[in-house]
Write a protein that binds this ligand. Structure first.
Ligand SMILES: [Zn+2]
Length: 114
């Protein structure tokens, strides 16, 4: 995995249309947002594009997980690791700690009694 974890900004949109319910989509551009909304409504992009309105446009930071390359949103801690990798890392750290604790706890037993 040689992808640079360079954060980029995308937007969270809420696209509305007179004939369709407003839908939330994540997209970099207005065109992409409308295309995604049209796909959610199951209608052709060209048919709805002109009448679409953005009720909401919120910037979001997209981070690429340096471990697995998955994209996540606003993961500022753990060097931009995704939730999955962070969970794995936490589990692994906990496992190592338990092993270490056990080792130091049991060490005197092995050293002593000789
Ligand atoms: Zn990951």
């Amino acid at each position: 995995m040689n992808r640079a974890a360079k954060p980029r900004t995308t937007y969270h949109w809420r696209i509305s249309h007179p004939l369709h319910p407003a839908v939330p989509v994540n997209a970099d551009t207005w065109e992409e947002a409308v295309a995604k909304a049209a796909a959610l409504w199951g209608v052709p992009f060209a048919k709805v594009a002109a009448m679409c309105e953005a009720e909401q446009k919120t910037p979001m930071t997209v981070t690429t997980c340096p471990k697995c390359g998955r994209e996540g949103f606003n993961n500022s801690d753990q060097d931009g690791w995704c939730d999955l990798c962070r969970k794995k890392w936490k589990a692994e750290r906990e496992r190592v700690r338990t092993v270490r604790r056990k080792y130091w706890y049991e060490l005197p037993k092995y050293n002593g009694g000789r």
